[in-house]
Design a protein around this ligand. Structure first.
Ligand code: ATP
Ligand code: MG
Length: 353
């Protein structure tokens, strides 16, 4: 009998290997775990029963359209707003009860950091660091300099905040989150207001933090951005979590489709083969520039259809060939993440900056 079985906690096949607190088999609790997290303002429920699991070491994208509840969720995670209902654990401890234990390990950038316009960037950071009861005074100046260098503001350290561009202010906010070594960095829309170059710099900063083992939780309403820097994602829609998992898991959730380019005198025959094999109505397009309306005597068509689970795509090709249809091109495609998210959220995400 194993120790676990003696202790009455044996894992049966098929069980999720997590305990009540969501710790994985290695014993590391997720960086963030919420269960039933809910926030109501008056009669409106803006965060509704959210169960988030943010694995340690992940770069976790928190994606959702404007007003879907991202900032409100983040404020509750950090103990800046009270939850109406539900449980929160951050770095293995209950929040907000254990805020004094948890918060020194967490760096955060949330909407509108409180900077003084008449102080320099460096002076603002020194002030915020001094207000942090856990930050050692002796190393303050060095830590401020290092954080400013890290976000590319070394040259502007002595400049007054009011002369900072929006992007520089945003980077100063990130520098503030980096004043001490952190286990978890929470960034609410860190690329807001940044130009494409600034956006690239923030992305590479996030990747470099992740490569050092820091968990990064980053919100955005831009799918393209999340795709470029995250390995996990959660999607909010109107206060509810509608999807969560690794990007690979979400990608493979989209249904596979085949796209075939065929040459035939009989488009209807090709269509019938495809319809029989996929039990669906194939989409047919004629290839531009070739006289090939379905029903005419010859030509080239593109056929596309959703692929049922378990049907080897090569079967489609061999059956078409057996029916006298020549196949010039063949591809298996999956619904893009963007299509999936449009389906999940009922609206489009901006895909370009
Ligand atoms: N203090 C408040 N009182 C009342 N309603 C609020 C309050 N704060 C947020 N809300 C509402 O909660 C909803 C979610 O807002 P939240 O700021 O969390 O969304 P978001 O996903 O961060 O949006 P964005 O992408 O625009 O930043 C919105 O409808 C907002 O109007
Ligand atoms: Mg927000």
């Amino acid at each position: 009998m194993t120790d676990a079985a003696e202790a009455g906690t044996a894992v049966r096949p098929g069980d999720r290997v997590t305990d009540a607190a969501g710790a994985d088999a290695a014993g590391a609790e997720p960086a963030i775990l919420t269960r039933g997290l809910t926030k109501r303002f008056g009669r409106s429920t803006v965060v509704n029963g959210v169960d988030l699991t943010v694995p340690r070491g992940s770069v976790f994208g928190f994606l959702g359209p404007n007003g879907s509840g991202k900032t409100t969720t983040i404020r509750m995670l950090l103990g800046l707003a009270g939850a109406t209902a539900g449980d929160i654990r951050v770095l293995g401890h209950e929040m907000p009860a254990r805020a004094a234990t948890v918060l020194p390990g967490v760096g955060a950038l949330i909407e509108g950091p409180g900077f003084y316009p008449y102080l320099s960037g460096a002076a603002n950071l020194r002030r915020l660091d001094a207000a942090d009861g856990f930050a050692p005074h002796a190393t303050r100046a060095a830590r401020v300099d290092r954080a400013l260098e890290r976000v590319g503001l070394g040259h502007a350290a002595g400049k007054k905040m009011r002369a900072y561009s929006l992007g520089m202010k945003q980077r100063l906010g990130i520098a503030n989150a980096l004043l001490a070594p952190r286990e978890l960095i929470v960034l609410d829309e860190p690329t807001n207001g940044l130009d494409p170059q600034g956006t690239r710099e923030v992305r590479s900063l996030i990747r470099s933090l992740a490569s050092e083992g820091t968990t990064v939780f980053v919100s955005s309403h831009l799918l393209s951005e999340i795709e470029q820097m995250c390995d996990h994602v959660a999607v909010m829609r109107a206060g509810r979590l509608v999807a969560q998992g690794s990007l690979d898991e979400l990608r493979s959730a989209g249904q596979a489709r085949v796209r075939l380019e065929v040459v035939t005198a009989d488009a209807a025959a090709a269509e019938a083969v495809l319809a029989r094999l996929t039990a669906g109505a194939p989409r047919i397009e004629s290839v531009p520039g070739i006289e090939s309306a379905p029903g005419s005597t010859g030509g080239e068509w593109m056929l596309g259809a959703a692929l049922p689970d378990g049907l080897p795509p090569e079967t489609i090709v061999s059956e078409l060939v057996a029916a006298g249809v020549r196949v010039r091109g063949f591809a298996v495609e999956r619904a893009s993440l963007e299509e999936l998210f449009v389906e999940l959220t009922g609206e489009g995400f901006d895909v370009v900056q």
